[in-house]
Unconditional design. Structure first.
Length: 423
């Protein structure tokens, strides 16, 4: 189901449940930001404290009556729930309220649909949407089967749904096959990058933390799309960064994380998220100006664990330090003393970040000292985008060089310059 939000005056009331597990205002405010991304203006929040949603209406009877009055008061005909609703909850709410009802998953799916530009992105979004809708077709079967037919027979409504479910399943199968083909192409691209043997780094973190802006700053370009909206980036963008030592690494911007990220989205974008898992190094970027930054840090770490990327070496980087007080900065720095603190907008802390990147690469490097004929120096220098020369000396017509780099690259250098390892 697509969200119709073409009218800039679309307005909504948001509803949610306080189960006592966390600050529900935080997720409701995040839902408001998601709605704003679709140009939906939020007029009011309605939160009910209860352990689990009402099976039929999501909200209890009292809150339901209050919601109906709020819709009349604000002259609003759209309600958005902070959880994923069942088909029966949507049907009952819409009939009782005489208003359109959407849930958090539909809002996120619509944002993804609007921001998908590549074939892969569009397929991933369509797949996620169909996987979301399929169980809802199944849930409608009993109700529509009452349209006709006797005992033990199928009514016309159920036959229509049976055909629809079959079409959706076939389409899902087609999309999954196409994604497999695209993933094979992506694997070929990764293999080519491995042949060049560059280190690979990904920038990961909560949506709107500044990942695309950081990528643009590090690569001195403006290729990555930057918007002050959630999920502005869906497809990973890979660029080259030249580090202070002269070495080059490949860095990728990735899709942002979010609380209650639908499983259909995670599943559909798994191939894209594999870019993170297969990195040599991660930058976990956090918006320090966000009052809920610690909760969002934990949500990001959960996603990294879910995609089996939690073991990838990681640098914790706090962005937007220009938007907080000196006292808050000092407090966070004392708590996260191993982190790097930057402002992409003001270009603060970038030198420190680049140093920390290189420091992490040094831990992965193979370091050797070799001796080789001095006329092979040109070959050695052709590897300067992938190795770092620590020292070099001329000794009796030969060069003695101490260098470091990826083990595969170091082996290649030794072979090409006909070098001898000095113990």
């Amino acid at each position: 189901m697509k969200v119709s939000t073409k009218n800039s005056e679309d307005r909504a009331i948001l509803i949610g449940l306080d189960r006592g597990e966390f600050d529900v205002r935080e997720t409701i405010e995040e839902l408001e930001a998601l709605c704003n991304t679709l140009d939906i203006k939020v007029e009011e929040f309605l939160i009910q404290r209860r352990k689990k949603p009402d099976v039929r209406y999501y909200l209890g009877k009292g809150k339901l009556e209050k919601l109906k009055k709020l819709l009349e008061l604000f002259d609003v005909n759209l309600v958005v729930a902070d959880d994923e609703l069942t088909p029966i909850q949507v049907k009952n709410l819409e009939e009782f309220l005489n208003a359109k009802v959407l849930d958090r998953t539909q809002i996120i799916l619509e944002i993804f649909a609007r921001h998908a530009t590549t074939e892969e992105g569009k397929i991933q979004v369509e797949l996620a949407r169909l996987q979301y809708e399929l169980p809802r077709f199944i849930g409608m079967g009993t109700e529509l089967s009452r349209l006709g037919g006797g005992i033990g027979t199928r009514g016309p409504g159920e036959k229509i749904l049976q055909k629809k479910r079959s079409e959706v399943r076939k389409r899902i199968a087609v999309l999954k096959e196409r994604l497999k083909e695209i993933e094979k192409d992506r694997e070929i691209q990764r293999s080519k990058r491995k042949e060049r043997k560059y280190y690979r780094m990904s920038i990961a973190g909560y949506t709107n933390a500044g990942k695309s802006s950081l990528l643009n700053l590090l690569t001195l370009s403006d290729d990555a799309k930057v918007e002050d909206k959630l999920f502005a980036t869906l497809e990973p963008i890979t660029r080259r960064i030249k580090l202070p030592s002269g070495r080059v690494i490949l860095v990728s911007d990735t899709v942002g994380f979010i609380r209650k990220l639908p499983h259909t989205i995670v599943a559909a974008f798994r191939a894209t998220l594999n870019e993170i898992k297969e990195s040599d190094l991660l930058i976990h970027l956090i918006d320090i100006s966000d009052p809920h930054y610690e909760n969002k840090m934990q949500e990001s770490l959960k996603v990294l664990e879910e995609i089996k990327a939690s073991d990838v070496p990681r640098i914790t980087v706090f962005n937007k330090i220009d938007l907080i007080t000196k006292e808050k900065l000092e407090s966070v720095m004392s708590k996260y003393h191993d982190a790097v603190f930057i402002s992409v907008k003001k270009s603060l802390g970038i030198k420190e970040l680049l140093f920390r990147i290189e420091e992490n690469l040094w831990k992965m490097d193979k370091k050797v000292k070799i001796r080789f004929p001095s006329d092979k120096i040109g070959i050695l220098y052709s590897f300067l985008d992938r190795i770092e020369i620590v020292s070099e000396n001329y000794v009796n017509g030969h060069l003695e060089v101490e260098l470091r780099g990826m083990e595969e690259v170091v082996r290649e250098v030794i072979g090409k310059v006909k070098g001898e390892v000095i113990k």
